[in-house]
Design a protein around this ligand. Structure first.
Ligand code: 2P0
Length: 355
């Protein structure tokens, strides 16, 4: 028997096209509406976690991007560990009942957890999504849990809502569920990562500063104060979810693009309708919207769709055939000394971009 048990896994970022914003239960991270996202390939943005379980560890410890964090101060981490340990303990009992005599009591060992992102943390680039998805997945691998990814997504959700969607590749819905205990609030895959290879995402890093208002606090302000949120969750999102699933299954970029842009706009409208208002977009974000509008106006079909999360950084979905043209436009108007005036009048600072 080895002295310790260790696993290392990576998990990707997901970018929502139907946004999650609002909780009906804060401690369980139960959302006020379902959401849907695209999981990005892991080439550029990913979280990587190593977890070691060792009977000689005197306590569970956590390092994030090389800096030790206080595990006892993070209720979310503790919840994920507690839930994964509960499943491991059930699994150990099952193995014992099945006659396995050498079951390692991993659920009783303390853990050393080391997690890092290869991109700015907390800058509205979904770092908590890939981080918690990676943490829960790595722990499930270490514990050899037989549970499905949707079942694991229930644990990841309690770490960070959007994390539940990063358990799957491709196109992923987070079904809000109706149960008060969260047992049906989980991620399901709509289509896998091979379904629509022509679709690509360009990430425009407008700012890598930590966001001014965290999502958890921002959502609570919105739930308490925005009347527009009620309209969104009751009348808009349910229909939009159905339309988005159809657009993805049909690989209908026109429908996908319009739904994506409308939903991003409504999410930011709901932020503005909160009191005090929440601002995530800045002048560069708005200039990017203007540029995509101008670009789309050159064709009778949509060629690109912007979306923004809880920060100023843009993600632009487009089809591979348009990617070079679009990257050229963004470089021309946003990057370097030679940048030009955007036709509609905005001038912006440098924007590093990668696919
Ligand atoms: C989303 N966002 O659907 C939306 C769009 C930001 C805007 O999910 O409190 O970090 O950890 O559940 O998941 C960001 O919220 O919030 C988010 P918690 P989370 O991707």
């Amino acid at each position: 028997m080895p002295d310790y048990y260790e696993k290392t896994c990576t998990a990707p970022v997901n970018i929502a096209v139907i946004k999650y914003w609002g909780k009906r239960d804060v401690s369980l991270n139960l959302p006020t509406n379902s959401s849907l996202s695209v999981t990005l390939s892991q080439d550029n943005l990913q979280s990587k976690t190593t977890i070691r379980a060792d009977p000689s560890f005197s306590k569970t410890r956590l390092w994030l991007n090389g800096v030790e964090e206080d595990v006892s101060a993070s209720k979310r981490i503790q919840t994920c560990i507690k839930e994964a340990r509960r499943l491991r303990s059930l699994y150990e009992q099952q193995l014992l009942r099945d006659g396995n005599s050498e079951v390692v009591p991993l659920s009783e060992y303390n853990l050393h957890i080391c997690s890092e992102n290869n991109f700015p943390t907390a800058a509205g680039l979904a770092s908590s999504a890939s981080g918690f998805a990676c943490f829960v997945y790595t722990l499930a691998q270490l514990y050899s849990l037989p549970n499905s990814l949707s079942e694991l997504s229930i644990i990841a959700r309690q770490g960070s809502g959007s994390a539940c969607r990063s358990l799957f590749g491709g196109f992923v819905a987070w079904e809000m569920g109706v149960n008060n205990d969260g047992s049906d609030s989980m991620a399901v895959q709509i289509a896998d990562e091979h379904h629509w290879p022509e679709l690509i995402a360009l990430i425009c890093v407008v700012s890598d500063a930590k966001k001014a208002i965290g999502s958890t606090v921002g959502m609570q302000v919105t739930v308490k104060t925005s009347s527009l949120l009620k309209e969104r969750i009751e009348c808009v999102v349910p229909k939009r979810m159905e339309e988005m699933v159809k657009a993805i299954k049909d690989k209908d970029f026109d429908a996908f693009a319009e739904l994506t842009m409308r939903d991003s706009n409504q999410f930011h409208a709901v932020c503005l309708d909160s009191f005090p208002p929440i601002f995530y977009l800045n002048d560069i974000s708005r200039a990017i919207i203007r540029l995509v509008e101008e670009y789309n106006s050159t064709s009778c079909n949509y060629k690109a769709a912007y979306t923004f999360d809880a920060g100023p950084n843009a993600v632009i979905y487009t089809l591979r055939e348009n990617a070079d043209e679009l990257v050229g436009l963004i470089k021309r108007y946003f990057m370097g000394e030679e940048r030009e005036q955007i036709p509609s009048g905005f001038r912006a600072d440098a924007v590093p971009i990668f696919e």
